[in-house]
Design a protein around this ligand. Structure first.
Ligand code: SAH
Length: 378
């Protein structure tokens, strides 16, 4: 549901993600392009599964044109990284076997305000790197047709039975909206002082988040079920939980520390308490079981692989890690924070956040949990 479909009394409590949420544009110091190394690390943990799954589909279907989509591609080096690896591997495998090299149709999807231009500008370099084995003759370059698809993956994006392969990394933990249940009948925020599920949140907060996840993920599966050909596959990676505990620290601490950084600004009179109380992130880290249940309910995919695993996001240098994590979250959250609180708070807020993160990394292990999922369309 978008803001425009809500009763007017609810309008101030939720944001229209399709027009607001975007990773920081461009190539500047605070851009997503310069601050997405942690997402690349997460992507790399599943890279072999993504490539193997794509090859599997290619071999079983042998299409003249292999059609794939990366959902939530963002901008910067990660946007073309996976599709490039898939094209190179399938192209290379075809050269050393009897399979003809297919043409490739690549759909890069993200929300409409994503910096698609930044991706398109880097296309010539991308295509030149696809030349297998560095050969320069024309025949060694697979034919790749690439197009941007602006829109929400919580809904139909592609024609029926048009995709052989879908991948999505670090995107499906974003919900379509902040859950409406985070405000009571009088529009008063119930998750005061917090921005995600926390130990101090009333139980209804976790329920509101979980319900929104169920609604969104089932719509995602239903939409892809129409679009993926029988025998096609989807490889999905998102932040998640290894336990059923909604407040598992590994999925909540980054939001806890960001709420604390805002609370510091409230005590200095730079942010209003009510603004902090009303701010919540449209994020949910599901458990393996919660994902499995939705896949079974939807019914058109079989699960080839489903696992939650820890990723250590530290490098050994607490100060550097504090800075990297802070810049990562800033590149992701800046659009929403500026919309809600105003742009003038952003530098101080993230200075506070870097400080809290650095102290926290010095004291304890910081790990995040990722869920890897491979689905096959029946
Ligand atoms: N896949 C990239 C980007 C991850 S950042 C990587 O691994 O680095 C998450 C991306 O998902 C953002 O660009 C965000 O705009 C996008 N996103 C979030 N919700 C979305 C939705 N409903 N539909 C399409 N894209 C979405």
């Amino acid at each position: 549901m978008t803001t425009s479909m809500l009763p007017s009394s609810n309008k101030h409590i939720t944001m229209d993600m399709e027009t607001i949420l975007h990773m920081k544009k461009g190539l500047g110091e605070t851009s997503y392009a310069q601050n997405s190394s942690l997402q690349k690390k997460s992507m790399d943990t599943l890279k072999h599964i993504i490539i193997d799954s794509a090859i599997d589909v290619y071999i079983s279907q042998s299409p003249d044109c292999f059609t794939m989509a990366d959902l939530g591609c963002a901008s910067g080096p990660n946007a073309l990284s996976l599709v490039g690896d898939i094209i190179k591997t399938i192209g290379g495998a075809c050269r050393t076997s009897s399979y003809p090299t297919p043409e490739f149709l690549v759909f890069l999807n993200d929300l409409p305000t994503n910096d698609f231009n930044e991706i398109f500008v880097s296309l010539p370099e991308f295509v030149s790197k696809l030349k297998i084995g560095g050969k320069t003759e024309e025949s060694s370059s697979p034919l790749v047709y690439l197009t941007g698809v602006p829109g929400s993956f919580y809904g139909r994006l592609f024609p029926r039975k048009s995709l052989h392969f879908v991948c999505s990394c670090s995107s499906l933990h974003w919900l379509s909206q902040v859950p409406l249940g985070l405000f009571d009948g009088k529009n008063k925020p119930i998750n005061e002082g917090k921005m995600y599920i926390s130990h101090s949140s009333p139980p209804t907060v976790a329920m509101a988040y979980f319900k929104q996840f169920q609604k969104d993920f089932s719509l995602f599966l239903k939409s892809r079920s129409a679009e993926v050909v029988s025998g096609g596959k989807m490889v999905l990676a998102m932040l998640g939980r290894q336990t059923e505990d909604y407040t598992d620290k590994r999925t909540t601490y980054l939001w806890e520390l960001l709420a604390q950084s805002l609370a510091m600004m409230v005590s200095q009179g730079e942010v209003e308490q009510e603004k902090l109380d009303a701010y919540n992130v449209p994020f949910y880290a599901p458990s393996v079981k919660e994902i499995e249940d939705e896949v079974h309910k939807e019914g058109s995919f079989t699960i080839d692989y489903l696992r939650a695993y820890e990723i250590d996001i530290r490098s050994g240098n607490a100060k550097e890690d504090g800075r990297i994590i802070s810049m990562t979250i800033r590149a992701i959250q800046e659009s929403m924070i500026c919309h809600h609180f105003g742009g003038e708070i952003i530098d101080t807020l993230f200075q506070n956040y870097t400080k809290l993160l650095t102290e926290s990394v010095e004291k304890e292990e910081i790990k995040s949990v990722q869920i890897g999922l491979v689905l096959r369309r029946m």
